[in-house]
Design a protein around this ligand. Structure first.
Ligand code: HEM
Length: 357
């Protein structure tokens, strides 16, 4: 009798666990997908794609988990400026300085760009030049979330790489500043059709990663922002003794490398690093959402997944628009090695075709 009830308990718990895991991926596949993207885009042209990315990033993060934050932020900066078209990855050219040279992008991690192009090389070696740098960036961001302890989700794929980059002014206009109040952030993101829940959920990406002093010392000097909790402010002044000290500190002081809901607890304790974070707990439109995420991590995960999938589809290029870059930092037209690459691909394809005989 005891064994029977033990068995049924086991069955029940495995059913519950099963439905939990299903609901995570279902939440993703239920999400609206824009025309031209699909959940199965590379199923026949590059079935190994997601395994290559996951396996390689596991190795990268084992050495330095901080890179996960760098990759997640890179996807955000790609998508918010001119859509998720890999334009942030392009080096400057004769047409002017690149997006990378615009102030908000100066603190992107140089290593993040290397990781994306390294993944691109591995993927193109296996599958040929079929996967865009924009899609690789979206997958790397997803794996950064998952491998830091966050929710798993599927990424709609099929983005193409853009042929040019945005100007400094366009970059500044599309990436809101950390000094912005909740009102500024809500307005800015509403222009890309994100609602208050999306804004609070996306800001939860600040549960991992770091910031340079210059991004928040406006809250410390010349006068201290009264909303800052005293001990937190005192410690920040130790890390950043002057407004321009070139040091960094964690965005989420409780669990800086773990993708969890502690960021919202930080906000409730007045320990949010940026005004754009902390003011979400002051503004009446977002306060209750912050509280609900602090109390319920799976609610946060669910809303984050919905919002980040939506972010990943902002103004994407699909079909025959744009191109599939053979090097993420250079568009094909400017890439002298591009022609060689195409010839090599054709030779490889012929060799593969012959190998069936
Ligand atoms: C809502 C408006 C946002 C503002 C004002 C903002 C601003 C910032 C700033 C100023 C930094 C630190 C830069 C530095 O000094 O090094 C940062 C870091 C970061 N942001 Fe945001 N961000 C926002 C939204 C987002 C979104 C939507 C995501 C991703 C979905 C994101 C992901 C990150 C990550 C992961 C880091 C840490 C990067 C690292 O450690 O290299 N942020 N953000």
């Amino acid at each position: 009798m005891a064994t029977a009830s033990y068995n049924s308990l086991l069955l029940l718990s495995s059913l519950l666990l099963g439905s939990y895991f299903c609901s995570v991926s279902e939440a993703a596949t239920d999400a609206p997908v824009i025309k031209g993207l699909s959940w199965t885009f590379y199923d026949s042209s590059c079935p190994q794609l997601e395994d290559i990315v996951r396996k390689e990033l596991k190795k990268v993060f084992k050495k330095d988990i901080g890179q996960a934050a760098g990759l997640l932020r890179l996807h955000f900066h790609d998508c918010f400026v001119q859509g998720c078209d890999g334009s942030v990855l392009l080096d400057g050219s004769t047409s002017g300085p690149s997006e990378q040279d615009a102030p908000p992008n100066l603190t992107l991690r140089p290593r993040a760009f290397e990781i994306i192009d390294d993944l691109r090389a591995r993927i193109h070696k296996k599958c040929g030049r079929v996967v865009s740098c924009a899609d690789i960036t979206a997958l790397a961001a997803r794996d950064s979330v998952v491998l830091s302890g966050g929710p798993d989700y599927q990424v709609p794929l099929g983005r193409r790489d853009g042929l040019g980059f945005a100007t400094r002014n366009a970059t500044l206009a599309n990436l809101p500043p950390p000094s912005g109040t909740a009102d500024v952030i809500l307005r800015s993101l509403a222009s890309k059709s994100f609602d208050a829940t999306d804004v609070v959920a996306l800001s939860g990406a600040h549960t991992i990663g770091i910031s340079h002093c210059s991004s928040f010392t406006g809250r410390l000097y010349p006068t201290q922002d009264p909303t800052l909790e005293q001990t937190f402010a005192k410690n920040l002044k130790v890390v950043c003794p002057t407004p321009t000290t070139n040091s960094t500190t964690a965005l989420d002081l409780r669990t800086p490398n773990k993708f969890d809901n502690k960021y919202y607890l930080d906000l409730m304790n007045r320990q949010g690093l940026f005004t754009s974070d902390q003011d979400l707990f002051t503004d009446k439109r977002t306060k209750e959402i912050v509280k609900s995420f602090a109390l319920d991590q799976s609610l946060f995960f669910d809303k984050f997944v919905k919002a980040v999938i939506k972010m990943g589809q902002l103004s994407v290029l699909t079909g025959n628009k744009g191109e599939i870059r053979s090097k993420c930092s250079v568009r094909n037209k400017d890439n002298a090695s591009h022609l060689k690459t195409v010839v090599e691909e054709v030779v490889e394809e012929v060799v593969e075709d012959l190998s069936v005989f």
